[in-house]
Design a binder for this molecule. Structure first.
Ligand SMILES: Nc1ncnc2c1ncn2[C@@H]1O[C@H](COP(=O)(O)OP(=O)(O)OP(=O)(O)O)[C@@H](O)[C@H]1O
Length: 351
């Protein structure tokens, strides 16, 4: 059975349609990342799952049970927030025990569940830690406490609202791996809202890409990255170049004033198209190099090269357009050929 089913969910805030008929099935024990630009409705969707936001239409089902109008405390979900939301006046132990005491669990069980949650989140190394208050912990430790508090109540659904975005890069990387391991070990159905594509692609079983209150694409991380379903998804994932194009009679493509040969995957019946090419899919070669089978070429001029630590970002002028090409070695300024595998040229009809 599907763990979570969302059917035609609608939410309005005044005249803003935050959710525009969202339908989604989430399989039990999977981690689903909701990814999209700011304001696309990610948090609203998560809050509708938690029951903190009332919906204006549609349904939310957990294990087949309609929970659309259930209050949050009866849904058996646990939410972890970006800002940890720990109670500053309480000790770490009391923070984690809070939900268990609300449920009036016996003292012994509270003790053992808090200890188990501390161990799960690897906070059990320092015997003094449970007696400290949140302010005496690092950001990463505070987020582990928030996670421990969420897991202690043994929720049927774990909801994560940008839990790593306040942490520095190294802690974030480590917690990504730890949260994913923990989620798999416990087999807990998890919905993770993020605007960080690397985080979504590296942690999730399924990625849901949202735009303007709607779902653009649902798929495995490699699927959405390698086979984007829309110009929006193609542009949103990776560092992308977007160029206007025209389909020529015979199935060739004109882009940036140049003709790319046939063999590209073109949308049927479209004359005017949007062409998306990721900066990392472009190889820069000297003029005169012949493309191999399955490659297309745009002639251009390297105008600028910027060292970015792990790559060199080239600004290349192609006709009247400017594109960006990333490479691990720098190319000289001047005439160049931008070589792209034909399968990495994404072409979408202009609506
Ligand atoms: N309480 C509210 N009152 C009015 N408008 C709201 C409210 N909450 C959200 N909105 C609007 O609904 C839309 C979706 O907001 P939401 O917070 O779900 O987006 P998001 O994708 O989570 O964005 P972010 O990544 O910036 O957090 C936005 O246009 C937002 O301004």
């Amino acid at each position: 059975m599907t763990a979570i089913r969302v059917e035609k969910l609608e939410k309005w805030f005044g005249r803003v349609r935050a959710l525009d008929g969202i339908s989604l099935d989430i399989q039990p024990g999977t981690l689903v990342a909701i990814l999209g630009p700011s304001g696309c409705g990610k948090t609203t969707l998560l809050r509708c799952l938690a029951g903190f936001t009332a919906v204006d239409g549609g349904q939310v089902l957990f294990d087949g049970e309609d929970v659309t109008h259930l209050p949050p405390h009866l849904r058996q979900t646990a939410l972890v927030f970006q800002n940890y939301a720990l109670w500053p006046h309480m000790t770490i132990f009391d923070n984690i025990a809070y939900g268990l005491r609300l449920k009036k669990l016996p003292r012994r069980e509270v003790q053992s569940r808090v200890e188990a949650a501390l161990a799960l989140t690897e906070l059990n190394g320092d015997p003094d830690l449970p007696r400290r208050r949140p302010a005496a912990l690092s950001g990463g430790q505070q987020q582990r406490v928030a996670l421990a508090r969420a897991l202690a109540v043994e929720p049927r659904v774990l909801l994560l609202d940008e839990p790593l975005s306040n942490l520095d890069a190294r802690v974030r990387q480590r917690l990504r791996v730890e949260i994913r391991c923990l989620q798999k070990k416990l087999g807990i159905t998890t919905v993770h809202v993020t605007h960080d594509q690397e985080e979504a692609l590296s942690m999730a079983d399924t990625v849901v890409i949202m735009n303007g209150g709607r779902i653009e694409q649902v798929g495995r991380p490699a699927e959405v990255f390698q086979r984007p379903a829309s110009a929006f998804v193609a542009e949103f994932l990776g560092n992308s170049n977007t160029l206007p194009g025209r389909v020529l009679p015979g199935g060739a493509l004109e882009v940036a004033g140049q003709r790319l040969p046939g063999g590209l995957a073109l949308p049927p019946d479209a004359a005017t198209v949007t062409v998306v090419i990721r900066a990392g899919d472009i190889t820069l070669r000297s003029p005169g190099t012949s493309p191999a089978e399955g490659q297309v070429v745009l002639a251009g001029v390297v105008e600028d090269v910027l060292f970015q630590g792990n790559l060199y970002r080239h600004t290349v002028v192609v006709g009247r357009q400017t594109i960006v090409a990333d490479a691990t070695t720098p190319s000289r300024r001047g005439p160049v050929l931008a070589v792209i595998p034909a399968v990495k040229v994404f072409v979408f009809p202009v609506p």
